[in-house]
Design a protein around this ligand. Sequence first.
Ligand SMILES: Cc1cc2nc3c(=O)[nH]c(=O)nc-3n(C[C@H](O)[C@H](O)[C@H](O)COP(=O)(O)O)c2cc1C
Length: 209
Amino acid sequence: MNTDLFEIIRTTRSMRRLKPDPVPPALIRQILEAGTSAPNGGNMQTWRFLVIRDPAIKAAVAQSYRRAWHEIVGPRYRSSAPAPGSSREQFERMLAAAEHLADHLHEAPVWIVPCLEGGIHTRTSGSSIYPAVQNMLLAARALGLGATLTTLYLLFEKEAEAALGLPDGTHSYAILPIGYPLGKFGPVGRTALEDVVFSDRWGEKWPEA
Ligand SMILES: Cc1cc2nc3c(=O)[nH]c(=O)nc-3n(C[C@H](O)[C@H](O)[C@H](O)COP(=O)(O)O)c2cc1C
């Protein structure tokens, strides 16, 4: 297990190619405990985490994901400019990995589906679940497990959440497919701080860059 927090943060990339090997329940428990350690509004903890291993449920939900990728998201990315700081080649590699995930999502040995129960589902409510999601991604990385924050199935939210069997008033905020990675962990690629940090006033250079 890697316990250097900053090293883990720097190397928690989306790991979209996963081995089908089972993940020990004790590791999933550690990931879930990291999730429920996250901040959340008023500590109301209206979060619920659906752990899915059932192949039939994964197969049904993955249909929405695949459709969203092949019909909408994939074509949109393919005709757009590469992500900031990425060459065309790097961007194409990312798209190939994303397509692989779209076609193999159901084969990931375990999914965690973070949900919120009740309330109004807005950007504010999302703030009470995404810190838990990031904690779980970091915990998975620390344990040598690969994962990806995915949301594109939400383009077909109704059918996906019906296949997930969520009760009325409960909504999912992501699907995290988790498994042992086929590739190696490596540093994330991001633009330099000086391009995204301002000092005091919007647009003003940050002197420490
Ligand atoms: C809100 C959100 C939604 C995302 N949805 C998806 C998704 O549906 N499918 C996917 O393959 N990656 C998804 N990602 C992963 C991003 O594409 C990824 O974080 C980004 O390309 C940076 O790559 P890295 O995580 O490998 O550093 C999502 C990330 C975020 C934050």
